[in-house]
Write a protein that binds this ligand. Structure first.
Ligand code: ASP
Ligand code: CP
Length: 305
């Protein structure tokens, strides 16, 4: 009922069904499915204590496009100011809402609410996970590259704190023959638990500190950049991996570049003009994937056929 971690998604079939529903909702003229009735009469509450542009708005607009309603509560304007616990705040919200979307600055905050009787969706919890971004990313990889089996994917940046990467890794492990190249400064390496997970799932991976050194060797099919999570670690960022014009020139012509946004210096705006840059497609896909997820939730866990 909840979506807290991508570890809850057990097989590729679930992803295939979600992506099929995503396609159907994005192309109603072909599928004949009218999105507007999929969440009619339902109310979503989005709760947050951290900034958000895409997750907040794509959920809110997805809900409206499905005929439902969405309201937003910023925790710093709630009775948390009077010392109310997160548990009491969320329990109250659950009395009014049909689904809750929570973005929280603390890892584990969403999981701590799993006894709520209303579905709760993790919209990013500290340096934990961001499952709906990862679903968007896998959908984008699939759309842009035609499939994920056998792909060589480079994940770069703050792998220690990037919750989108943490969630994405778990989904990529559901595909066959995926190989990961993990590029980060030493102190921002992927946490041990994810290495253990990759080993357990038999996913080949390589660890590197220099992006250009790695690209000189072999070119991946997808490069996924992430920003340094400065709100979670204060460090000298001179060794942070960046994809500049030179590195872009080292990529194959059919490689794609992704980034969950927001971005800083690691992916210059000028590269948006390059046809390999899939960042804005990710942004749009996020809304459709969330529409499919919500539609499924409100229609008896039955994906569109
Ligand atoms: N927007 C993504 C997140 O909330 C990525 C980021 O903030 O760097 O995790
Ligand atoms: N990708 C993403 O989660 O963006 P926001 O932090 O702006 O929601």
């Amino acid at each position: 009922m909840h979506l807290i971690s991508t570890s809850e998604i057990r097989d590729r079939g679930e992803l295939d069904r979600l992506f099929k529903a995503t396609d159907a909702l994005r192309n109603p003229h072909i599928s004949g499915i009218d999105p507007y009735y999929r969440a009619r009469g339902k109310i979503m509450t989005i709760v947050k204590d951290e900034g958000s542009t895409r997750t907040r708005l794509s959920f809110e607009i997805a809900m409206k496009r499905l005929g439902g309603e969405a309201v937003v509560l910023e925790l710093d304007t709630s009775s948390a100011l009077k010392g109310e616990s997160l548990a009491d705040t969320m329990r109250s919200i659950s009395e009014y809402s049909d689904v809750i979307v929570l973005r929280h600055s603390q890892r584990g905050a969403v999981a701590s609410l799993s006894s709520l009787r209303v579905p709760i969706i993790n919209a990013g919890d500290g340096d934990g996970e961001h499952p709906t971004q990862a679903l968007t990313d896998v959908y984008t990889l699939q759309k842009e590259l035609g499939g994920i089996d056998g792909l060589n994917i480079l994940l770069a940046g703050d792998l220690k704190h990037s919750r989108t990467i943490h969630s994405l890794i778990r989904l990529l492990a559901l595909y066959r023959g995926v190989r990961l190249v993990l590029v980060s400064p030493e102190d921002l390496r992927l946490p041990r638990e994810y290495y253990d997970f990759l080993e357990e799932k038999g996913v080949a991976c390589e660890t590197e500190t220099s992006l250009s050194r790695q690209l000189k060797g072999e070119s991946p099919m997808a490069v996924y950049m992430t920003r340094e999570q400065k709100e979670r670690a204060n460090r000298d960022c001179s060794d942070y991996p960046a994809l500049g014009v030179r590195e872009m020139g080292m990529l194959e012509k059919d490689c794609i570049v992704m980034h969950p946004l927001p971005r800083c210096e690691e992916l210059p705006l000028a590269l948006d003009e390059d046809p390999r840059c899939a960042v804005w497609k990710q942004v749009k896909n996020g809304m459709y994937v969330r529409m499919a997820l919500l539609s499924n939730l409100f229609n008896h866990n039955c994906f569109l056929t």
